[in-house]
Ligand binder design. Structure first.
Ligand code: ATP
Length: 261
């Protein structure tokens, strides 16, 4: 067992009301080297779950575990990539990647950062500042920064959600190459069905109100995966069918009597 989520429930207290339970009794495992996506409608608790695994938030019940040990705080065994690259604007690209390597001597940290900039094809921009880069390039820097600390697992929270369609497609290819080269375990949050099929070995589909895993899909299509592959199209339709019910539930709750399907 590498990474596991073991009976995890998360509730948030609400003023004057019962606590709001985002998800209940989540149970799943991620194997070493696996690329797993968590796919689900808005508000089902994907980010909250990733924060618990990252040690940024605590579960109400249950535990997330790395190699059997409960996760209680952030640690260098887990690297994060968020939707916004969150680079430090006053540091160069190289300095941003070196930032998490302060425990090493400078020459060593520099070499590791350069190697990771090469991995994301940005070594030419080592001395540039974040504002000189495109959105896709900034996200590549944040992937390099997360990988440079050599985490056991990379936690990615809708990392391409803010990018335009062309850049997003480029990033899919880039991430696939990185995953094949590094064989890192990746847990990837998305609400994009196509993205999850393109990238993952396995997709965990989350439902909502309260959040739970409603189905798992193994993706056995050989990589790189053409979106017009018959199995791809079939899987997309299957996932959509399962997701539709969940989306309807959210719409009914949010729009109330104004909702008509
Ligand atoms: N700190 C908090 N306090 C209270 N409620 C919270 C808190 N954090 C999240 N929530 C609620 O928990 C639910 C799940 O939020 P979360 O951001 O994890 O969902 P998500 O599936 O990642 O959504 P999206 O796809 O829109 O990013 C939401 O209803 C949100 O309002």
């Amino acid at each position: 067992m590498f990474l596991s989520v073991d009976g995890v429930t998360k509730s948030f207290p609400q003023k004057g009301k019962d606590a709001y339970t985002v998800f209940e009794n989540l149970q799943f495992e991620v194997n070493e080297g696996e690329f797993v996506s968590i796919l689900g409608p808005s508000g089902c608790g994907k980010s909250t779950l990733l924060h618990i695994i990252g040690g940024l938030d605590a579960p109400t019940h249950g535990h997330a575990r790395m190699n059997g040990q409960p996760i209680t705080e952030p640690g260098p065994d887990r690297g994060f990539v968020f939707q916004e690259a969150a680079l430090m604007p006053w540091l160069t690209v190289l300095e941003n990647v070196m930032f998490g390597l302060k425990s090493l001597n400078k020459a060593e940290a520099r070499q590791i950062a350069i190697d990771h900039l090469k991995l994301v094809h940005l070594s030419r921009f080592a001395n540039a500042y974040p504002h000189e880069l495109s959105g896709g390039m900034r996200q590549r820097v944040s992937i390099a920064r997360a990988l440079a600390i050599d985490p056991k697992v990379l936690l990615m929270d809708e990392p391409f959600g803010a990018l335009d369609e062309q850049t997003r497609m480029m990033m899919h290819k880039e991430l696939q190459d990185i995953w094949m080269k590094t064989k890192k375990t990746i847990l990837f949050i998305t609400h994009n069905i196509r993205e999850s099929i393109l990238l993952s070995d396995r997709i965990l589909l989350m439902g909502t109100r309260p959040g739970r895993i409603i189905k798992q899909f193994d993706v056995r299509i050989a990589r790189p995966r053409p979106a017009n592959h018959p199995e791809f199209i079939q899987l997309e339709a299957d996932i959509m069918q399962h997701l539709e019910g969940e989306i309807t539930k959210v719409m009914k709750e949010e729009l109330g009597y104004e909702y008509s399907a």
